[in-house]
Design a protein around this ligand. Sequence first.
Ligand code: SF4
Length: 112
Amino acid sequence: MPIISLQRFGERFGRPAVTRAADLLPGADDNWFDRGLCAQVDGETFFPEKGVPVAPARSICARCDVQQECLDYAVDNRIADGVWGGLTGRERRKIWRERDAAAAAAREAAAG
Ligand code: SF4
């Protein structure tokens, strides 16, 4: 799913799109994607080269009406690349680890 999502993201920025997420995720509510502020800027801003600051992308995300939807989508689908919802891949991985730990603790507690 992350690759599909990146293809969709790439589609937005004029990169070749192999397919559309909406075609492969029937029923997925991804209408938020079309309302993202990133549609109005250079896509490289959201996929900066190593060492290039992410502050410009964060600044745009902070003003975006669909920031939460975007972040939820990227976290739920474990998208590792780029800035989504104002967070970097490293920051999103931290959320995954915390969620995984909480889920493991809940399973342990349920098992008694
Ligand atoms: S939160 Fe950022 S990456 Fe997500 S749609 Fe908005 S501007 Fe684009």
